[in-house]
Design a protein around this ligand. Sequence first.
Ligand code: AMP
Ligand code: ZN
Length: 462
Amino acid sequence: MSLQLYNTLTRSKERFEPIDPTNVRMYACGPTVYSFIHIGNGRMLVVFDLLFRVLRRTYGTGHVTYARNITDVDDKINARAAEEGVSIAEVTERTTQQFHADAAGLVCLPPTIEPRATGHIEEMKALCETLVSKGHAYVADGHVLFDVPSMRDYGRLSNRSVEEMEAGARVDVAPYKRSPMDFVLWKPSKPGVPAWPSPCGIAEAGRPGWHIECSAMAGKHLGKVFDIHGGGIDLVFPHHENELAQSRCAHGTHVMANVWMHNGFLEAAEGEKMSKSLGNFITVRELLDQTPGEAGRLALLSSHYRQPLPWSERLVQDSRRTLDLWYELAADADDDGEIAPDVLEALEDDLNTPKAIAALHALRAEAAKGNATAKASLKASAQFMGFLQSSFDEWRAWRPAGVAIDEAAVHALIIARLQARKRKDFKESDRIRDELAAMGIQLKDAKNKDTGEIETTWEVKR
Ligand code: AMP
Ligand code: ZN
């Protein structure tokens, strides 16, 4: 089967045909770096990471360019720096590092390119100049504004007409706008926040609007037209609609990207988008402190990416148990297994992760019956999706942050318990078991087949 992807632009699932199979190009809108990302942002990272993996497998590792940007010009960043009394660079540097650690914690491969907005100011200014010279933008009151009525089919991506949008627009439209839907490409900077010499003959220094940043970065690194543009569903309007308008009008192209893909919301409660502004968020860091990253990743991939994903503690626990089972069975399997055709087919069908995960469960059941091929295939398939990245021992040794366990004391108690059992002092052996349980330690007894001795292993209870 060939790769099929749902395209927001055409509202249908289409066979994916790259412009150039030797350089498949994908852009995804990354985070604004002012504080820890939340697990809703994590969903976007994991979804496009999985697609990156599928593309690399199909076209070859060296034939896919994935650009995921860092937005490091933003009022929220300025506000954070002022609040902490540190420089803007300090906030963006620190947050970018935290972001990298979080993305790696969720087993995301680094993208091929990670452009930063501040490194592309000249390209943004050049786009402003081009749009003005082509009659798609104008200068007013220190701003450069995109002239929405100058674009015949504005609104195609979000499937709304300009009339509808205008009707929904707020009444207090800025007086310098010619038309209510016109949006900012460049704006004056306030004192104390970053500013650059302005384009288009504007005397005062200024800074870019958000949308122009992505048009400039995508254009520079992926070209005027590229294959896939992605992000969360909240970005369809206005961010992606406006990116697309800027890029198409500046480059005179019919499309910016051939396929537009959007992940659904991760929900804090039913129907409630997780977001910083609602204050209902869990950071990826908090998640990674409490659970291994692979379990977080599995939970994030448990629903189809276009569906909403209601988050719960239960979902995380179940994902972790599933991984326990996969690890137990397949971590020591041969490394020459093939990715199961069922898993690949599911992923090639618009990243149908629930189906791929079901196929992994089926492989586990086969492997449990002693089928070595299924076992090796479970390992290869799970690893392809970003799971079973460590050994079974490492997996079992994972501890939540802040939980220090005195391993020597645990071992001493286990030995004391085994001795009590040998002398049939079950009261004492039970007491020790309970003492360990109170420390959060769970014991597992198994008979060694060779020696006939009982051996006890332990793990931290969840
Ligand atoms: P932001 O920093 O808010 O611009 O978000 C970075 C990325 O995460 C964007 O692609 C957003 O669409 C995506 N995103 C933000 N919140 C959620 C959420 N609750 N569920 C899924 N994706 C989200
Ligand atoms: Zn963007």
